[in-house]
Write a protein that binds this ligand. Structure first.
Ligand code: NAD
Length: 260
């Protein structure tokens, strides 16, 4: 075991209240590409960022049609958790996981077995849809079935007082330009301020307010460990930075069974 990995492993053993902050990098080994990594969706196709911006999604029906076509093909629906997701479950079993704050929208942490009550999905979930007009929420597969059946920009069918809503449907994720859910941000910040170790995994730490959890934890006196393939925006304040593969290194850091 590499010396730094062994040292962080000792910090994990000593810690009593760990917050894990995850980004898209923890799910790439499940076949879901990240946005900004070397093979990221936006690195390859900068135009894709438009569909993730609320203002464009709401104003431009061509952006919505393209987004629905892409959703049909998304790897998210068939992806399975990988050893990185399962390693976080080990921390919970060891009684050390205070909270798992994720920027991911794929629900793979819950599928791996993390207690949903410990998960803060800062950027929402792709597995549900929301009507922008009436707020009606539904499982995503219901809408994908309608798209497959020929609706290229499905609208809300909720009826009230003899009128069909007709609102724009989007995935229940937080797009750029959209406000995060204040209670989620508050829960995440409180957890970061009261942990004794923050593990930031698979994120460039360039999206705020998620990235702010790192300085919040540091200022509150916690140890900060960053595990990512490439440099991040907060490497300079971390107690340890490990550049490596998440599905290989994270199980070692948490003391997981090698068969994980
Ligand atoms: P990001 O795309 O900005 O950065 C991901 C980082 O992970 C990169 O630095 C990359 O080098 C690293 N990485 C990728 N695979 C790795 C691996 N196997 N081992 C180690 N490092 C690896 O991700 P972000 O900071 O989460 O920001 C992206 C935004 O996009 C988030 O807000 C998130 O909501 C959304 N997003 C989510 C998913 C998902 O749910 N799986 C996928 C793509 C984007």
């Amino acid at each position: 075991m590499d010396g730094r990995v062994a040292e962080v492993r000792r910090w994990v053993d000593e810690a009593e209240r760990i917050v894990v902050l995850t980004g898209a990098g923890i799910s790439t080994d499940s076949g879901i590409p990240d946005f900004r990594g070397p093979k990221g969706v936006w690195t390859r196709n900068p135009g894709a960022e438009r569909a993730a911006t609320l203002q464009h999604y709401l104003a431009d029906d061509e952006v919505r049609r393209g987004a629905w076509r892409n959703r049909l093909e998304a790897p998210t629906w068939t992806a399975e958790p990988n050893p990185g997701h399962r390693a976080v479950v080990v921390l919970e079993r060891r009684g050390k996981l205070l909270a798992l704050v994720t920027q991911n929208i794929d629900e793979l942490h819950q599928r791996a077995g993390t207690d949903p009550a410990l998960v803060v999905e800062l950027h929402g979930t792709a597995h549900r849809t929301v009507c922008w007009t009436c707020g009606d929420r539904r499982p995503m597969p219901e809408m994908l079935d309608r798209v497959r059946a020929g609706e290229d920009d499905p609208r809300c069918l909720v009826a009230a007082d003899g009128q069909v809503c007709g609102g724009i449907i989007k995935s229940a994720t937080i797009s750029f330009g959209q406000q995060l859910v204040p209670q989620d941000v508050q829960r995440a910040e409180q957890a970061a301020a009261s942990c004794d170790l923050l593990l930031a995994v698979g994120s460039t730490l360039s999206v705020v307010p998620a990235a702010y959890l790192v300085p919040i934890a540091k200022e509150a006196g916690a140890r900060v460990v960053i595990l990512n393939a490439e440099p991040t925006a907060y490497d300079h304040i971390a107690d340890a930075v490990i550049n490596g593969s998440i599905s290989e290194v994270l199980p070692e850091l948490v003391g997981a069974d090698p068969q994980l």
